[in-house]
Write a protein that binds this ligand. Structure first.
Ligand code: GTP
Length: 237
């Protein structure tokens, strides 16, 4: 049985991942598969915090591009992450994983408020902590929330699960000859404008020397592979 190379990680899931092949919304079967993947990683001895996006329900950036006030649309996006977080909590607990949701925007009837030291205690007790409502501020993405929470909980690494199996020099969906990178530096990512995370999130990771591993969630067993130290996807460090 392999052991966890990373003892504490921050897993960033995109909201779209929950939709699966659907145009939007939440696909319960996908949630189940993700939960089994997370459980396998927990069984290796890894503590996991999770930040999930909200794009399957509402995309703040897209709405503001269509003329909506950016702050309002970002707050709506933060509420979407809360819906996803509750759905994920339900699925994780059905898979046998004790879970706590903490929100950056107070909604005490629905979930605990975000309290850093409490989140760390939950992790130490083997609970998954899902950080909902982004950073609580408009104009920041859930990628930036993931970078911030990762640093706050002293995570070893950010695991960014996407639809693509790593970082390519160009969009691999549009270009059959796109080249995949095994590793990159933060500066490479920023200079080349590679779409890994937004520049605020990358800069935050760079300033605090927090590595990012991006990999595909199409096979949720990848979560445990990455946690055990297998070379999957692309590492930015
Ligand atoms: P320990 O202190 O380690 O026992 O952690 P705990 O989370 O089990 O204890 P606590 O009594 O704080 O929480 C019990 C349950 O209530 C957990 O499911 C929490 O997520 C939930 N809970 C705690 N605080 C809040 C809150 O402010 N709002 C909501 N909605 N639930 C909360």
């Amino acid at each position: 049985m392999p052991k966890a190379k990373y003892k504490r990680v921050l897993l960033k899931l995109s909201g779209e991942a929950l939709a699966g092949e659907q145009a939007g919304g939440i696909n319960i079967q996908i949630l189940r598969e993700i939960s089994v993947g997370v459980k396998t990683a927990v069984d290796l001895g890894c503590q996991i915090g999770i930040v999930i996006g909200g794009g399957n329900i509402f995309r703040g950036v897209a709405a503001s591009a269509n003329g909506m006030d950016r702050a309002s649309s970002d707050y709506m996006g933060m509420l979407a992450t809360c819906i996803n977080s509750l759905a994920l909590q339900d699925a994780l607990e059905k898979a046998g994983l004790p879970t706590r949701v903490q929100t950056a925007i107070a909604m005490a009837e629905i979930a605990e408020p975000y309290i850093r030291r409490k989140a760390i205690r939950h992790l130490e007790k083997g609970r998954i902590v899902i950080f909902a409502a982004g950073t609580g501020n408009p104009f920041f993405t859930t990628d930036t929330a993931a970078a911030l929470r990762a640093m706050e909980i002293n995570a070893d690494v950010i695991l960014k699960a996407t639809k693509v199996d790593g970082i390519y020099d160009r969009d691999p969906v549009k270009h059959a000859d796109a080249k995949k990178f095994d590793s990159l530096t933060y500066i490479d990512v920023l200079n080349r404008g590679l779409q890994v995370m937004d520049s605020t999130a990358i800069s935050l990771c760079m300033d605090n020397k927090l590595p990012i591993i991006t990999f595909s969630l199409k096979d949720p067993a990848n979560i445990a592979r990455v946690v055990s130290g297998e070379k999957v996807g692309t590492i930015v460090s």
